[in-house]
Design a protein around this ligand. Structure first.
Ligand code: ADP
Length: 439
């Protein structure tokens, strides 16, 4: 292009110089130099204006034809413009193709994708979103998300500020057998994505796992009771040589029975979506826990009760007792003789309530803390077994607290002790206006 434009300029300037020289010579010949120059310049300007006019017409036309070659330097300018336009056009086509490919990919994704504004107004959604959420492409674009998704759980989830934790296991609007998970993802500064996934198969598998554990535990219960009964009938004094064996069998069968009970308890807790609220009298709960700790410790530890509030909780007395007593029994079991176990109950700032169990025991190394509430997760399997643990205590604690919308915090230092704190939301603290559910 550079060479072309240089040539065009040279030719144009050459022509102009030639015109002026010719006009000058003609002027000299006829003795009218000024008139000849004026006419030549006027002619030149007229030609240029004509070229400019043609170029303007060419630019204005929608047809994609290259400019003619005979406008001198104007052709050159027009060529540059034409080439730029062509580049722009092909760039635009490339972008459109890419955008279409992305849209097509998003459209056929198995997950439902809805693009919304930050004000939760629907901008676009794919076919899977139509299928999973019963949306209609024409009707529902531009609608507000909370009008389209009316399930109370989805609504209150959408009302949470910012980007809440993913929502799990909500029924699809048109078919409650289809279970969905939803996740809000920031997308651009003005938009966000709502990704919906069909997790029916996953939930079915999870249900199968739960049923299997519950059934196995249930089936084991009867044979264990029978075994236990017969073992109890054997009098070690009848055959002293079998006494240690019978003793060990009794211990192991008791342990198995406890594991089965804990597993059944966990299955029941897992199957529960929420607890039937009742007034949980914390005064008597705390004294029961203290008595249990003393019985388990048998004078080997100092058991301290620090109840700084008379507040009660709203929830299930039975489940909360099971959770708290697991924490207390752990504290006693993992604290060597001579140590201290403190049971605390306080009302924190903002009306939240905290139940805590602190011990001066062996502590938990920090790397184990993230997994400590998993089933059968133990820091030391032998120590857990020796102290009569089932490995399910903290899982039960976690499930009970989840059902009561409470959090478990663990602070521990190896060799110095551990503090387990159950933090209950102020809404979970019993107030006089609350209705006790008649059980
Ligand atoms: P287990 O029946 O084995 O005690 P848990 O679920 O109650 O099972 O506890 C899981 C593991 O957490 C225990 O095996 C133990 O290693 C650790 N742990 C629980 N409580 C304490 C505690 N108070 N001090 C030290 N370690 C603890």
């Amino acid at each position: 292009m550079g060479l072309l434009s240089q040539n065009a300029w040279q030719v144009s300037i050459g022509r102009f110089v030639l015109l002026i020289v010719a006009a000058l010579l003609l002027g000299l010949a006829i003795g009218q130099v000024q008139l000849a120059l004026l006419l030549a310049l006027a002619g030149y300007v007229a030609m240029s204006l004509r070229s400019l006019h043609r170029m303007q017409r060419w630019l204005g036309s929608r047809r994609r034809v290259p400019p003619p070659e005979d406008w001198g330097v104007w052709s050159d300018v027009a060529h540059t413009v034409f080439e730029r336009l062509e580049q722009e056009r092909s760039r635009k086509h490339r972008l459109v193709r890419l955008l279409r490919a992305f849209r097509e990919a998003a459209a056929v994704l198995p997950d439902g994708v809805i693009v919304t504004t930050l004000g939760r107004e629907v901008v676009w959604f794919n076919e899977a979103a139509e299928r999973l959420l019963g949306l209609h492409p024409r009707r529902d674009r531009g609608a507000r998300l909370d009008r389209l998704l009316e399930h109370p759980r989805i609504r209150s989830w959408l009302e949470e500020p910012g980007f809440p934790e993913p929502l799990l296991d909500v029924p699809a609007p048109h078919d409650p057998a289809v279970r969905l998970s939803m996740r809000l993802i920031p997308y651009t500064r003005q938009q966000q994505l709502l990704v919906t996934r069909d997790i029916s198969n996953l939930m079915r598998l999870e249900q199968m796992r739960r049923d299997f554990v519950a059934n196995v535990s249930h089936e084991l219960r009867t044979p264990l009771t029978v075994l236990h009964g017969y073992l109890d009938m054997i009098d070690p004094e009848d055959s002293p040589e079998w006494a240690p064996v019978v003793d060990e069998m009794r211990r192991q069968s008791t342990r198995m029975a406890r594991i089965v009970e804990d597993l059944l308890n966990l299955s029941r807790l897992e199957a529960q979506a929420e607890v039937v609220p009742e007034r949980v009298a914390m005064g008597s709960m705390l004294s029961t826990l203290q008595r249990e700790a003393e019985a388990l410790s048998q004078g080997r530890h100092r058991i301290v009760l620090e109840a700084r509030t008379r507040a009660d909780l709203s929830g299930s007395t039975q489940d909360l007792h099971s959770a708290f007593s697991n924490l207390v029994s752990n504290a006693v079991r993992y604290t060597p003789a001579g140590g201290q176990v403190s049971i605390g109950w306080i009302l924190a700032e903002g009306g939240d309530a905290e139940f805590s169990v602190a011990d001066t025991g062996v502590g938990i190394p920090p790397e184990h803390l993230p997994r400590i509430t998993e089933r059968f997760y133990r820091v030391s399997a032998s120590r857990s077994r020796d102290s009569g643990g089932t490995g399910l205590g903290l899982s039960i604690v976690k499930h009970v607290l989840n059902l009561h919308r409470a959090r478990l915090d663990i602070a521990s230092e190896v060799g110095r002790g551990t503090v387990f704190t159950c933090r209950f939301d102020a809404a979970q603290v019993w107030t006089e206006g609350m209705q006790e559910h008649a059980a």
